[in-house]
Design a protein around this ligand. Structure first.
Ligand SMILES: Cc1ncc(COP(=O)(O)O)c(C=O)c1O
Length: 429
């Protein structure tokens, strides 16, 4: 597979942008420049075609350049855009639809990225409880801001210890975010007991997809709900990945556990910039979009016609068509196909996943938390992915990253991927 044009363009990109890319972990080897996308496929500057499982880290739940969504956006832009005053008909329709589907969402506010949404949810939880501390789980990612940018993909010796993700962070912000172990309720309870009346909220990805796919054990999410109620803290589900992708009502609808606040983004508008914070009315009314509210909420581009029309179209496709049935069936086909290959080739590996998301950890048991993932063979994990890229199947060539299936993927795409996986594993093992 030639990538001369990609290499040339990448050199050019580096002249104008530090590292050539506009988000930290887009800088990978091989460095490819993509120029075209349609449905389940992306194409690089040299014309190579890939079945895309990266899905831009998750937004493309229907597929790239999905006609129904694109047409709705174009139609909206032919008559409207953004006013910066009052509300628009699109905002009203879109907010109503979200509140119909997402159990915790009595009310919703729009913003443009998942990081903004988690920032707003955390600030609100601090205002409501009059407390400053926050519980976050090792390995989870909730955006780039100081409240949450610690203990993400920590080195083994930093697990659970003080591990800020960036230079320049406020010391107070780092120290007010406490780190717990996913699937360990005793650890969370102990943290509450050691910080009596100081914890404002727990924030979590109900399925930590930023480290692949770690499923919550039976009772874990309900246990967090109960601990929050007992200790007067708010429960925030960060459904930026799980929302809309796993169910129109988010993973909270699947698990039956309702958080106080929910953050959403990514798949909500099938690739267009759109995010939201939602929650119980008694909390949401504290935002100063409500006259008298004392929690600041603002954003010049909030509620733009691009995001609201794209989100409406995405949700309507999900309401009318068997989107989740299709992506869940393909997810099952992929997982069972890979397990069958492992069995045939005598490979010890754990195929993890939920619905349209899956990954293969090269380890011999089901991981329950980030520490368990230190048993994953990182070298093999990345080599496996790179070899699939060479064959035209794009998975992020990085350790413990997930893959996504969209409504545009077909059984044939899955079967071709399985054949390539078998060929690559035969080469590597
Ligand atoms: C669970 C989760 N929350 C929040 C964010 C931040 O979203 P954004 O990159 O849109 O700011 C991400 C991004 O990957 C995420 O995965």
């Amino acid at each position: 597979m030639l990538n001369n044009k990609s290499k040339e363009l990448y050199e050019e990109a580096k002249k104008h942008t530090p590292g050539g890319v506009h988000t930290s972990i887009r800088n990978v080897d091989p460095q490819l420049i993509f120029t075209k996308s349609e449905g389940a496929y992306i194409y690089d500057a040299d014309g190579n075609k890939y079945v895309d499982y990266q899905a831009a880290f998750g937004p493309f739940v229907l597929g790239h350049n999905y006609e129904t969504v694109n047409e709705r956006v174009i139609d909206a832009l032919s008559k409207t855009d953004l006013y910066g005053v009052g509300a628009t008909d699109l905002e009203i329709e879109c907010a109503e639809k979200i509140t119909q589907h997402v159990p915790s969402a009595d009310q919703v506010l729009f913003c443009n990225s998942g990081s903004e949404a988690t920032y707003h949810a955390i600030r609100l939880s601090r205002a409501i409880t009059n407390r400053t501390k926050l519980i976050k789980f090792q390995g989870c990612y909730h955006g780039w801001h100081d409240y949450v940018a610690r203990n993400m993909l920590s080195a083994p010796e930093k697990i659970g210890k003080r591990d800020p993700g960036s230079a320049g962070m406020m010391e107070e912000a780092i120290d007010n975010t406490l780190i717990c172990t996913f699937n360990d309720l005793d650890n969370v309870e102990d943290t509450f007991n050691k910080n009596k009346n100081e914890i404002a909220a727990i924030i979590l990805e109900p399925i930590p997809h930023n480290i692949g796919c770690i499923l919550p054990e039976e009772g874990f999410l309900q246990g967090l709900r109960d601990l929050c109620d007992k200790h007067g803290a708010l429960l925030i589900f960060d459904e930026v990945i799980t929302g809309f992708r796993h169910d129109l009502g988010g993973y909270q609808n699947v698990s039956g556990v309702t958080p106080d606040l929910t953050t959403m983004g990514k798949a909500m508008a099938n690739g267009f910039p759109m995010a939201a914070v939602a929650g119980k009315e008694k909390y949401m009314k504290r935002y100063n979009t409500n006259p008298g509210g004392d929690v600041w909420f603002a954003g010049t581009f909030n509620g733009h016609a691009i995001g609201t029309s794209a989100a409406m179209a995405t949700m309507e496709v999900m309401e009318k068509e068997p989107v989740h049935k299709h992506i869940f069936e393909l997810g099952d086909r992929m997982r069972s196909g890979i397990r069958e290959i492992h069995e045939r080739l005598g490979i010890e590996a754990y195929v993890a996943g939920f619905g349209s998301v899956w990954t293969t950890y090269f380890m011999d048991f089901e991981p329950k938390n980030y520490t368990d993932l230190m048993k994953n063979d990182a070298e093999m994990y990345v080599a496996f992915r790179k070899k699939l890229i060479e064959r035209g199947f794009f998975k992020m060539p990085m350790n413990i990253k997930r893959n996504h299936i969209s409504y545009s993927h077909t059984k044939e795409d899955i079967d071709n991927t399985l054949q390539a996986i078998e060929d690559v594993l035969k080469e590597l093992v």
